[in-house]
Design a protein around this ligand. Structure first.
Ligand SMILES: [Zn+2]
Length: 275
């Protein structure tokens, strides 16, 4: 799943690896997938992109946006982007392939669900995309204590759990169920704690954890549970997640617990108390 660290890392890798490459062919709509979303008719992607040169890529929350002339290629959710050198083997199944004049290519495969949208700049009407571009990223200085305070003191979030506050309604675009677990673990806040029960110190700790946890994940090239443009795992060792189940908390020695709550939560019963 593309979240802030992975989208940021992929955008960097794409800019470094494929910018300056001229597109010779685009094949989209392959390997029929019920939950692969396109913009309009995927057959129009080739005429839109052919002959254009990749300029650079940026991340907006968990979205990866690639610029090529007046066109944009946008990828999100469970999309896996892979670079293939000259003569390299393509994945067995993919939903989109962008070939370049030096015989290298970029493929996109959709897992559970995901978007592979190509369009002329300004022609994609999506509230989700607009919000991801407009709201400040926790990786920027604009996302400061004052901004976070505005989010967490808002009346409509007081009855929400910490998990729902952080990871729903695109309140913080690109902060999803994956990175959420470590953010709350580092802040020592149980995912089910209601926002109105958090005292000033806990709110400050939560803000700092959002900033520092994501920063660390980005600096280490994403999480170890996700793969990058070259099929390498990220360097950030996830503290809470499927890999940590059954292990002991490195801080207090208690068990890491998993519960079915809003798509699943992990927590340490010692560090993250639930009153
Ligand atoms: Zn613990």
């Amino acid at each position: 799943m593309l979240e802030i660290p992975e989208a940021t890392n992929l955008a960097k890798q794409i800019t470094k690896t494929i910018s300056g490459k001229k597109i010779t062919k685009v094949t989209a709509g392959l390997s029929g997938h019920k939950f692969a979303w396109y913009h309009g008719d995927s057959a129009d992607y080739d005429p839109l992109l052919r002959g254009k040169t990749i300029e650079m890529a940026v991340a907006h929350g968990g979205l990866v946006e690639i610029h090529a002339g007046d066109a944009i290629l946008l990828f999100g959710d469970f999309v896996s982007l892979k670079y293939h050198g000259k003569g390299a083997q393509f994945p067995r199944k993919y939903q989109m392939l962008v070939e370049f004049e030096d015989y290298t290519s970029l493929s996109a495969s959709v897992g559970m669900y995901g978007g592979l949208w190509c369009f002329r700049e300004g022609e994609f009407d999506s509230k989700y995309y607009d919000i991801a571009r407009e709201k400040p990223s926790p990786l920027t200085d604009e996302f400061d204590a004052k901004y976070f305070n505005g989010l967490i003191t808002s009346p409509e979030v007081q009855k929400l759990s910490a998990k729902a506050f952080l990871a729903t309604e695109q309140r913080i675009p690109g902060l999803g169920n994956g990175v959420l677990q470590d953010i709350l673990y580092n802040a020592k806040i149980h995912p089910k704690r209601k926002i109105e029960t958090l005292n000033i110190d806990e709110r400050t700790t939560l803000f700092n954890s959002v900033k520092s946890t994501l920063k660390e994940m980005v600096e280490l090239g994403g999480r170890d549970t996700e793969k990058d443009l070259f099929s390498e795992s990220g360097g950030y060792i996830t503290k809470l997640g499927k890999n940590s189940l059954g292990k002991l908390c490195s801080v207090c020695g208690r068990n890491i617990i998993k519960q079915a709550y809003m798509g699943g939560i992990y927590f340490c019963a010692g560090c993250q108390k639930f009153p």
